[in-house]
Design a protein around this ligand. Structure first.
Ligand code: SAJ
Length: 426
């Protein structure tokens, strides 16, 4: 399959934008639509509205600004009219109440349904709760006609990580779940045109489970090691040392404990997976959410303990606002929660992040006169910093490491505490 095909991408965020650019780069004619006029305006100027740490994304935006292969619009009709395939990439978030919000997806589908041409493919890349393809997506797309043979509909859930959007698209295997027999086979050549990894064909309900369960599983794994960290705190055992030794046993791959689970996917996908469960049976997925959500408060308590009596006058610096290492993405950042708890109690709190404009002063400036530096994210810059020089600038050279990032680093006499070991100093 090649560029003689015209595709439309609905929603140009973390998922839709790299997808649209990958198709354009593979020679397809692409129409991209987003309801955010400012977002479209930035893209039309050749500017990258997303992850500043992904240079390849910026390069492709600039490359296709005038390539004639990418048309950007806020008008759904203009985007989908005549398209051979439509890829729906709108966000499907969870409300504060814990309920999934389907309104954005529903609105996007309703906006395109009357205009998608007969025999076109519609692929839903947005993460869905089990059952949503049949209960929401197909009825809206049907819009008074039979979806088959007039439309092929699949769920091909995205598997992208900020910072690696384009390489994930190319090298991470894809799962395509068809609504009717034959639909997944119609979608496969489109994905083969942009993805070098294996492509697995299945049914829509299986694809719904696969996507939400792969992230729920990761959340549960992180919760396990976070629970272990909490236990080790009580027992005075170094959780990072214990973890390394546990992982010497074949088949044990404990993830890393930390100050909580942020990002767009992990905090919500387990809840989406559970959303059709109405009974109150015990749930390891729900328990994992509670454990991971409790971590910022645990970090806050440790900070209070470390500040001790002098806490009112202490200056604390939280190092890292991104939700994970070497990223500039702050969605659901655990650091924000710790900062809020600290601010409620003491007022100002210093936050640093080398990847975020406005928070990227030098560590030497940030740590000047600080009593406690808290490593919230394992950014490479923190691993590679000249700590013996930095601790000299601190008023009290105390470092609390919630990620184990500095365990092997020379701190030049700084007092080191690590999450999961209250007595853990170097
Ligand atoms: N985290 C830990 N300990 C770990 C790993 C992660 O505390 O050992 C925390 C991170 O700091 C972060 C959160 O969990 O706050 C999520 O981290 P993540 O590495 O899982 O990254 P995400 O949220 O970007 O997850 C994405 C997922 N991809 C999609 O949803 C398409 C996930 O399935 C991938 O496994 C992950 O990227 C990845 O490995 O890059």
């Amino acid at each position: 399959m090649n560029g003689s095909k015209h595709i439309a991408v609905i929603g140009l965020g973390y998922v839709g934008l790299p997808l649209a650019l990958a198709f354009a780069d593979a020679g397809f004619v692409v129409s991209g639509v987003d309801i955010r006029a400012t977002h479209i305006a930035l893209l039309k100027q050749g500017r990258n509205p997303l992850d500043k740490l992904e240079p390849e994304l910026a390069r492709l935006i600039a490359k296709h600004q005038n390539s004639g292969r990418v048309n950007l619009t806020t008008d759904h009709y203009e985007a989908v009219i005549g398209a051979d395939a439509v890829f729906v990439c709108v966000a499907t978030p969870i409300e504060k109440s814990g309920m999934a919000r389907w309104i954005d997806l529903g609105n996007a589908l309703a906006a395109i349904a009357p205009h998608v041409r007969d025999n076109a493919l519609v692929s839903i890349e947005s993460t869905l709760a089990p059952g949503i393809m049949y209960s929401l997506v197909v009825p809206i797309l049907r819009n008074g006609r039979n979806p088959r043979p007039e439309l092929a509909i699949v769920h091909a859930p995205e598997r992208l990580t900020p910072g690696k959007l384009l390489s994930n698209l190319k090298y991470v295997p894809r799962v395509i779940g068809g609504v009717f027999p034959g639909d997944a086979e119609i979608a496969a050549p489109y994905y083969r045109a942009i993805c070098k990894a294996p492509i697995y064909l299945t049914t829509a309900p299986v694809a719904e489970i696969v996507k939400t369960a792969e992230n729920a599983y990761r959340d549960v794994q992180i919760a396990f090691v976070n629970e272990l960290a909490r236990l080790c705190e009580i027992l005075g055992v170094d959780v990072f040392e214990a973890r390394n030794l546990i992982n010497t046993c074949p088949g044990r791959d404990l993830l890393l404990p930390g100050p909580g689970v942020g990002g767009h996917c992990l905090p919500k996908d387990g809840l989406l997976l559970l959303s059709s469960i109405t009974d109150s049976a015990p749930s390891v997925i729900r328990a994992a959410r509670q454990i991971n959500d409790s971590m910022p408060a645990l970090v806050f308590e440790r900070i209070i303990d470390l500040m001790g009596e002098k806490s009112e006058k202490y200056r604390v610096a939280l190092l890292g606002l991104a939700y994970k290492a070497d990223s500039a993405d702050t969605r659901n950042s655990p650091t924000r929660q710790v900062a809020r708890l600290l601010a409620n109690r003491y007022g100002d709190v210093i936050i640093h992040d080398p990847n975020i404009q406005g928070l990227d002063e030098s560590l030497a400036t940030i740590l000047n006169g600080v009593d406690l530096a808290v490593i919230m994210v394992g950014h490479t810059e923190y691993k590679q910093a000249d700590w013996p020089a930095l601790v000299k600038r601190m008023r009290a050279p105390v470092i609390f490491d919630t990620r184990g990032t500095l365990k092997e680093v020379d701190l030049g006499g700084g007092v080191y505490h690590v999450l999961g070991n209250p007595r853990g100093t170097k």
